[in-house]
Design a protein around this ligand. Structure first.
Ligand code: SF4
Length: 403
């Protein structure tokens, strides 16, 4: 079987694991308990707890034999589980048969570090996809108080301590990871902030990061925010050194948007303003360097594709995420579309974007996660994975060396 055929097969299984989750056998769990947080990279809970509003000790992600990164969506009763075979981790199906070997990521050195105010660096900025620092500045969304949360989102669910990270802490964590060679991108995200102060905060944080990193550094910074009422804020983000900006519309159809995202549609200038902001950002940051995510599986596919075509033509990169019917949300207990439907939708997304001149470089430098299915499709079609000898999208130091 060719490498590409192998990758397409692995992608189908990956899609299943992303939607339906993956478990851990008792045997693997015993061993993981002694290794996660020590030599293997543990998942750090920040934006959300898991499906059950719990925080089990699980790996951040894993790698398939041909090099696809699979986010670890833990589901205790999942059909597929990570198991231990001798000293190797493997994926097994519902009958206990081996599907393939998996590689778990090693823990980077900076995870042992402590910021000058005593906070653990790993809780300030975590490493995702083996190359991206995920900075979740706060785990609360201001729509909570108004009862206007997006219906699919669980950010405000569960009992958690609400945190807020300051620019100095973030700069210290980013500098430690950058100097270690494990980071290429920095992605900022969080809930909508009361009084909409996140843009000033982003500017202060980027300033602190620039001061902490070597001059002329090549870290790509991506700001995820709500559409600002004053669009000139987007120019300021660009001037401060952000490479791209994401403003996630989530739903294309205006009426469905009103129902599913009541806060965004009523408080941030509504659907029209959000689309205007995305188009404005594509002019400021350059074609492909403004992006919006759609949570697919809520509105009819034809509407999502209409939105994808419209935005792509305007130079806006689109990403798709799965509907995950999380506990405590309006979708709890509901089923998701077929797992191969997601793959098919992502093929259509990539085709539309390519037609509109949005290539993988823009997608990589604009979307948060290179482990999403559309990123995989680009990288398989264009042979941009390490298995093809391409290291352009890899950090200086890989966390997938051993085990
Ligand atoms: S704006 Fe919606 S999707 Fe974003 S954090 Fe708030 S509730 Fe969640």
């Amino acid at each position: 079987m060719s490498v590409k055929d192998q990758l397409w097969d692995e992608l189908k299984i990956k899609s299943f694991l992303c939607v339906k989750g993956v478990g851990i056998t008792d045997k693997a769990n015993e061993e993981l308990k002694s290794r996660l947080g020590k030599d293997l990279l543990e998942f750090v809970y920040d934006l959300y707890l898991n499906q059950y509003n719990e925080a089990p000790l699980i790996p951040q992600e894993f790698l398939t034999p041909s090099g696809l990164i699979v986010p670890f969506k833990y589901e205790k009763d999942a059909k597929y589980k990570v198991d231990l075979d001798g000293d190797k981790y493997i994926l097994v199906d519902g009958n206990g048969n081996k599907v393939f070997d998996v590689k778990l990521p090693e823990r980077p050195e900076y995870y042992k570090g402590i910021a000058s105010d005593g906070k653990e660096l790993r809780t300030i900025a975590k490493l995702i996809c083996g190359d991206t620092m995920g900075v979740c500045y706060s785990n609360e969304c201001a729509y909570k108080d108004k009862g206007l949360d997006c219906l699919f989102c669980s950010i405000n669910k569960g009992n958690r301590e609400v945190f807020w990270k300051n620019p100095k802490q973030i700069a210290e964590a980013v500098a430690a990871a950058y100097n270690e060679g494990v980071v290429k991108k920095i992605h900022f995200t969080g809930g909508v902030v009361p009084e909409r102060r996140e843009l000033d905060y982003y500017i202060d944080t980027m300033e602190a990061i620039d001061d902490a990193l070597p001059e002329g550094h090549d870290a790509v910074a991506i700001a995820e925010c709500a559409a600002p009422s004053d669009l000139e804020y987007l120019d300021r983000l660009k001037e401060q050194g952000f490479k791209s900006v994401s403003m996630n519309l989530e739903i294309w159809d205006k009426n469905i948007y009103k129902t599913i995202c009541p806060g965004k549609s009523s408080r941030e200038g509504g659907w029209e303003h959000w689309v205007e902001a995305l188009e404005y950002a594509a002019n400021v940051f350059g074609r492909g360097y403004s992006s919006s995510n759609f949570v697919i599986g809520i509105e009819p596919a034809t509407l999502t594709l209409d939105g994808t075509k419209y935005l792509s033509e305007k130079g806006v990169t689109v990403s798709y995420s799965y509907l995950q019917p999380k506990a405590g949300t309006a979708f709890e207990g509901m089923t998701t579309p077929d797992t191969l439907w997601y793959v098919d939708m992502c093929h259509k997304l990539v085709e539309i974007q390519k037609k509109n001149g949005i290539g993988y470089k823009q997608v990589y430098e604009t979307t948060a996660r290179k482990d999403d299915i559309a990123n995989d499709i680009y990288r398989i079609e264009e042979e941009l994975l390490p298995v093809f000898g391409c290291n352009e999208y890899e950090p200086k130091k890989s966390i997938y060396g051993g085990n």
